[in-house]
Design a protein around this ligand. Structure first.
Ligand code: SME
Length: 152
């Protein structure tokens, strides 16, 4: 159901940055609406030259605008090219606090068809241990659809 709505949102992309952002904004709204017990959901996109992630479309409170690759949960997921599930953010060394309500976090990299990390999808919850392995797999599958549709 979500996958179908996701495909409908990102199915047509004209290759422009404006439309990429428009689609990501709608995807953030869709996933926010469809996901229970979260306080932040959004994208950080890779600035390759600066070796940073820059804030993209999101839902939730004001967040940090840039994260160096290798820092925090997001920067580590981008560096390692793998999803990171953090059951308790206070136990993650180097976690970057954007909203003090966040207790657990799931970050999934967006990887394009050439294998480059073009950004991450970050989801925060006010509940400890909110995210499951099933969530990790599901959001990884959304991330794959998003990156292949908007970065190919
Ligand atoms: N907690 C993240 C920073 C981004 S905010 O949660 C929106 C991190 O450690 O990378």
């Amino acid at each position: 159901m979500v996958e179908k709505r996701l495909q409908a949102l990102i199915g047509e992309w004209d290759g422009s940055l404006q439309w990429r952002y428009a689609h990501l904004a709608n995807v953030a709204a869709l996933l926010w609406e469809e996901t229970e017990a979260i306080n932040w959901l959004g994208f950080y996109l890779t600035d390759k030259e600066a070796n940073k992630l820059i804030l993209g479309p999101f839902q939730g409170k004001v967040a940090c605008t840039e994260i160096p690759i290798g820092s925090g949960v997001c920067g580590n997921a981008a560096k390692l090219k793998k999803a990171i599930l953090v059951p308790d953010v206070h136990a993650f060394d180097g976690h970057i606090v954007c909203d003090s309500a966040s207790m657990s976090e799931l970050v999934v990299p967006l990887i394009d068809s050439t294998g480059e990390v073009v950004g991450v999808l970050d989801i925060d919850s006010p509940m400890k241990g909110r995210f499951t392995e099933e969530d990790r797999e599901r959001f990884q599958s959304y991330a794959k659809s998003i990156s292949l549709a908007l970065w190919s």
